[in-house]
Ligand binder design. Structure first.
Ligand SMILES: *[C@@H]1O[C@H](CO)[C@@H](O)[C@H](O)[C@H]1NC(C)=O
Ligand SMILES: *[C@@H]1O[C@H](CO)[C@@H](O)[C@H](O)[C@H]1NC(C)=O
Ligand SMILES: *[C@@H]1O[C@H](CO)[C@@H](O)[C@H](O)[C@H]1NC(C)=O
Ligand SMILES: *[C@@H]1O[C@H](CO)[C@@H](O)[C@H](O)[C@H]1NC(C)=O
Ligand SMILES: *[C@@H]1O[C@H](CO)[C@@H](O)[C@H](O)[C@H]1NC(C)=O
Ligand SMILES: *[C@@H]1O[C@H](CO)[C@@H](O)[C@H](O)[C@H]1NC(C)=O
Ligand SMILES: *[C@@H]1O[C@H](CO)[C@@H](O)[C@H](O)[C@H]1NC(C)=O
Ligand SMILES: *[C@@H]1O[C@H](CO)[C@@H](O)[C@H](O)[C@H]1NC(C)=O
Ligand SMILES: *[C@@H]1O[C@H](CO)[C@@H](O)[C@H](O)[C@H]1NC(C)=O
Ligand SMILES: *[C@@H]1O[C@H](CO)[C@@H](O)[C@H](O)[C@H]1NC(C)=O
Length: 407
């Protein structure tokens, strides 16, 4: 048997295994029709303070609607509301929202169609002098902490200018009026998706039509110490009757996020009932450059979930959640113990989180990995089969050739 035949068998095996398992991996064809609008229904004489905005992203399904609301009045917040109607709308009582962000001034109507609501609020950026190089805020003495940056007090660059209708992305950058932020900013980039996919940029999280993504980065901010490290504090606000927990899932495949084999999921589930209704999902990695190479990745860690008894200073959240919301907080700290590279080396750190409803997307083996496994397992099999056939053919040929062994 010639090598080209062996190659042919290889190729067939490769294609068959790859295609079969590739199908399994790419089963999600669910799509939403996504549209973006700024300040829905805002008309003069109502005017928002300068550079403040409320972005509404609507993802229309066949039977349902997923509303995302992003607002930078107070601490920046992303809210998600899922309804079982294609007719649901966002209603803002602008005078009352602008005046006091009074409870009930932001609503989704009809209210009976609402299935699930939750919000994510970025509250603080913590900076500490990591002289012991533990990269762990909870092992660091309180005196090593600088006063946190309160995101509710930030001044943002105009939301309007950074609004992309075709890409469904909104970028929000801001900072404090202090020396540290003279050349720097904190940015949030929100993306909504029509269907399943993943972004090219690491960590290349798998997303679907029921999720959105927030990339957060700190760029050019002057650290207050030589050994400064940062942590990001965020809170989730949800309806009563829900509980939260953080799960860590492992994978043997790091194809899309090199060297990262874990994914963290802060899930929200109803008390006394099964199933996950909403999630924040991230990989425990941050990047020290905007265009990172492999060595620019740094691990990050999350703290325990803590219950918070005060509603965060976000106008959107205060205007939407009226009765007794559940609030939890968590810190994500960037860096790892004994890591000689502090923030000052690149003055940049970025981290990405997926926010969505339903079950979080789960990585399945990619076609490439499947093909590698198929070839790994298939090769010995092919060798055995080819060897067997070869021996058999040799035997047949020696029999049918008409020569008899000479005794
Ligand atoms: C839409 O809702 C109907 C009735 O609730 C259900 O039978 C149908 O499967 C749903 N369609 C989709 C695409 O979810
Ligand atoms: C704004 O709030 C104040 C105090 O609550 C109230 O007196 C005033 O009428 C409000 N203005 C508008 C336009 O709602
Ligand atoms: C939507 O959900 C509500 C309860 O959450 C239910 O009463 C209503 O019948 C549902 N509507 C549709 C169209 O499924
Ligand atoms: C460094 O470690 C020492 C000994 O464990 C501890 O007393 C000190 O508070 C630590 N310093 C900081 C800034 O955490
Ligand atoms: C956004 O800015 C452009 C000009 O920069 C302006 O024409 C447009 O009206 C603004 N849109 C909103 C919703 O403010
Ligand atoms: C900001 O940038 C300017 C010019 O690049 C530089 O001269 C200045 O020192 C920087 N300021 C800080 C606080 O980094
Ligand atoms: C997204 O949500 C819709 C409506 O609840 C559901 O039918 C669909 O299966 C979900 N898709 C994924 C990928 O979770
Ligand atoms: C930071 O390092 C520089 C040079 O290495 C040193 O002069 C300075 O005193 C250090 N600053 C602090 C706050 O430790
Ligand atoms: C959950 O179940 C317990 C006991 O069965 C009950 O006391 C509690 O009120 C339930 N909680 C909710 C939110 O339904
Ligand atoms: C985040 O870390 C800081 C500093 O250790 C701490 O004061 C704060 O309570 C933490 N926040 C949460 C939500 O755990």
């Amino acid at each position: 048997m010639s090598t080209s035949k062996v190659n042919f068998i290889f190729s067939v095996l490769f294609v068959v295994f790859g295609a079969a398992l590739g199908f399994l991996g790419n089963g999600d064809k669910f799509r939403r029709k996504v549209s973006v609008e700024l300040n829905p229904g805002l008309k003069p004489p109502s005017v928002l303070p300068p550079d403040v905005g409320l972005v509404h992203v609507q993802g229309l399904g066949l039977n349902d609607t997923l509303h995302f609301l992003l607002c930078n009045r107070g601490a920046p917040a992303l809210m998600l509301v899922h309804t079982n109607s294609t007719q649901s709308i966002v209603e803002v009582d602008w005078p009352s929202f602008i005046n006091r962000s009074s409870a009930g001034s932001v609503k989704v109507e009809p209210q009976t169609s609402i299935q699930y609501s939750s919000a994510l609020v970025f509250t603080r950026v913590w900076e500490y002098d990591d002289v012991n190089d533990t990269a762990d805020p909870h092992q660091t003495s309180e005196s090593a902490f600088y006063p946190p940056y309160e995101l509710q007090n930030f001044i943002w660059f105009s939301l309007n200018a950074t609004f992309d209708q075709t890409d469904h992305t909104v970028t929000l950058c801001g900072g404090e009026k202090t020396e540290s932020f003279l050349n720097g900013s904190l940015c949030l980039q929100f993306s909504a998706f029509e269907s399943e996919g993943r972004e090219k940029a690491w960590p290349s999280l798998l997303h679907n039509a029921n999720s959105s993504q927030l990339r957060v980065w700190l760029n050019g901010v002057t650290p207050r110490g030589n050994d400064s490290r940062f942590a990001l504090e965020f809170q989730t606000v949800g309806e009563s009757g829900f509980e939260g927990r953080v799960d860590i899932r492992s994978s043997i495949d790091d194809e899309y996020t090199p060297s990262i084999f874990k994914v963290s999921e802060w899930v929200s589930f109803p008390v006394n009932r099964s199933g996950v209704w909403g999630y924040n999902q991230w990989k425990p990695v941050a990047y020290r450059k905007a265009d990172p190479a492999f060595e620019d990745a740094t691990p990050c860690k999350h703290s325990e979930l803590v219950s918070v008894n005060q509603i965060p200073q976000s106008s959107l959240v205060q205007a939407y959640f009226t009765d007794d919301p559940q609030i939890y907080g968590l810190n994500i700290s960037f860096g790892i113990a004994k890591d000689p590279v502090f923030y000052s080396a690149t003055k940049y750190v970025s981290w990405t989180v997926l926010v969505g409803m339903g079950e979080p997307p789960a990585e399945s083996f990619s076609t490439l990995i499947i093909a590698i496994i198929a070839v790994g397992l298939g090769t010995p099999l092919v060798i055995i089969i080819v060897g067997g056939v070869f021996v058999w053919v040799r035997k047949r040929m020696s029999h049918s050739s008409g020569y008899e062994p000479i005794n």
